[in-house]
Unconditional design. Sequence first.
Length: 215
Amino acid sequence: MTITITAFERSPDGGQGMARDMRVRWALEEVGQPYGVRLLSFKAMKEPAHLALHPFGQIPTYQEGDLALFESGAIVFHIAERHAGLLPDDANARARAITWMFAALNTVEPPIVDREVAEYLEDETCYEQRLPFIDERIRKRLGELSGRLGNADWLDGAFSAGDLLMVTVLRRLEGSGILEEYPNLSAYVARGKARPAYKRAFVAQLAVFTAAPTA
């Protein structure tokens, strides 16, 4: 059965790998599974056909036969469970990798996304007032994560779905100057981006943007 995912017809990030279909593309590349992509406009994302797949009208979604999934973390978890390469065989190591998946999305990502939302949606005065408090929350999490990672290449032994999600979360800070304050985390993100599967996924997502007509 062919796997089909959905993605932005024209990504707001300019095809730089920040849109959450990147996580799914990367996971599929890591496990060697071919997939198709259905591109959606912002209008189409709110229409009944897509809302039947994703009740919140977002991307990505995942379809394989009669299975339809939404939420990037859940999709990556499904891929990791179905195919070797993203979760360890040892039961305890597997459980720890899954824990890191949740940590990336539930603990590390929220203040980072809050920063993005404040930048784009709040007026300049409000943004400038809130930014120091948001950045303090981010630095607290990064400090804790940096301490745990130490000099290791990955969060818990071999590369796993936990690292895949954590790298995509941390990438959202690129250009802010915050990530660079933690050299081991910067190096960690660079290792993730150097993986051949990541590079293939990035090129595929960028190709969508560069091929899209200018709005």
